[in-house]
Design a protein around this ligand. Structure first.
Ligand SMILES: *[C@@H]1O[C@H](CO)[C@@H](O)[C@H](O)[C@H]1NC(C)=O
Ligand SMILES: *[C@@H]1O[C@H](CO)[C@@H](O)[C@H](O)[C@H]1NC(C)=O
Ligand SMILES: *[C@@H]1O[C@H](CO)[C@@H](O)[C@H](O)[C@H]1NC(C)=O
Length: 314
């Protein structure tokens, strides 16, 4: 009885643990993180350049497995960016006074429109997107064949950079659309949406418009999305290995815990046997006397001495 309930407890514990661990799956599911995507898109954006003119956007060609995303690149002298800004670069309006850190002579502004991949790379539980996630990232423009470049840090020092979204879905009645901003380190900020569907920023990153979704967002709901998106075998393999790891870890835990439980049960049994032995030993201390043909333990001392009735004189 007790053994069975211990195993039941162990089983449910391991089940709980594996559920807890499986939430890790959500993070690396598309196989590439949003910062990996930034690096991939930087590479394709730079390849779009062929004797580039400064201040002109060049659209990049992306592979089929990224279709739905659009990327452009614009090369600028940093002095020109600072003094003149860029009146319009797709949805972005860059004012004067934007400076980069560390300082370079030429920089490349890479534009992202993640289209139907927005939720995949920037999942936001509890919210739904009314517009595509747009990105603006700055890189050193000295070597146009370079890849894996780190982003430069750009900051608007005078007026903020404006993002005027087009193709914005109308918000459900009663809900208030908000600007959302993802910085390059994965933190998220919300801001009010100005009229004409414009958001503003002092820094680079990714931007969109969201509304809080009324439907309660259960934790497992976003899980199938990235799965459906995965097309290359490598990512699936990754997922399978995570599941295998979880199952193996769970089994190992059950085995270890049941070994410990077995040990505890055996120690308890041993203790019981010892107790029984002690009891029987104490019986052995009693003198065995033969009464007729049967042997019986005989206590030497008696607690109450028998008193003869006729000692009493009424
Ligand atoms: C897309 O396909 C190319 C091969 O055409 C592959 O090298 C690359 O890893 C794939 N990228 C993604 C993001 O799946
Ligand atoms: C986005 O749409 C393109 C077709 O325009 C499709 O090939 C791609 O798989 C879609 N991506 C996602 C994440 O649904
Ligand atoms: C530019 O980068 C490429 C790739 O990293 C490298 O092979 C090349 O030498 C670099 N060119 C210059 C001028 O630094």
């Amino acid at each position: 009885m007790r053994v069975r309930s211990i195993f039941l407890a162990l089983f449910s514990l391991s089940l709980l643990l594996s559920i807890a661990f499986s939430s890790f799956q959500l993070l690396p599911d598309s196989g590439i993180s949003s910062s990996d995507l930034d690096a991939i898109l930087q590479d394709y954006a730079f390849k779009a350049f062929c004797n580039p003119k400064t201040g002109v956007p060049y659209d990049a060609k992306l592979p089929k497995n990224l279709s739905g995303i659009s990327v452009s690149a614009m090369r600028l002298k940093s002095s020109s960016l600072r003094k003149r800004g860029v009146q319009s670069y797709k949805e972005f309006q860059i004012p004067i006074g934007v400076v980069e850190q560390p300082s370079v002579e030429r920089l490349v502004l890479v534009y992202h429109n993640l289209g139907n991949w927005s939720e995949v790379f920037y999942p936001l539980p509890g919210y739904s997107y009314l517009a595509s996630v747009l990105g603006l990232l700055a890189y050193n423009g000295a070597n146009l064949s370079a890849s894996d470049l780190p982003e430069l840090d750009i900051r608007a020092s005078d007026k903020p950079i404006l993002i005027k979204f087009s193709n914005v879905k109308s918000a459900p009645s009663g809900s208030v659309p908000k600007c959302v901003y993802f910085d390059l380190h994965g933190s998220v900020q919300f801001d009010i949406l100005s009229p004409e569907n414009a958001c503003s920023t002092l820094q680079q990153g990714h931007f969109s418009i969201v509304v809080e979704s009324n439907a309660p967002a259960p934790a497992p709901a976003p899980a199938p999305e990235p799965v459906a998106v995965v097309e290359n075998g490598g990512n699936n393999k990754y997922k399978v290995w995570i599941i295998v790891g979880i199952v193996a870890g769970g089994l190992l835990l059950v085995i270890i815990l049941s070994l410990i439980a077995g040990r505890v049960i055996r120690i308890k049994k041993d203790m019981k046997i010892q107790q029984l032995e002690q009891v029987s030993e104490s019986y052995e201390n009693l003198k065995i006397t033969s009464i007729g043909s049967t042997k019986a333990p005989l206590a030497i001392g008696t607690r109450t001495k028998p008193i003869l009735e006729n000692n009493y004189v009424p």
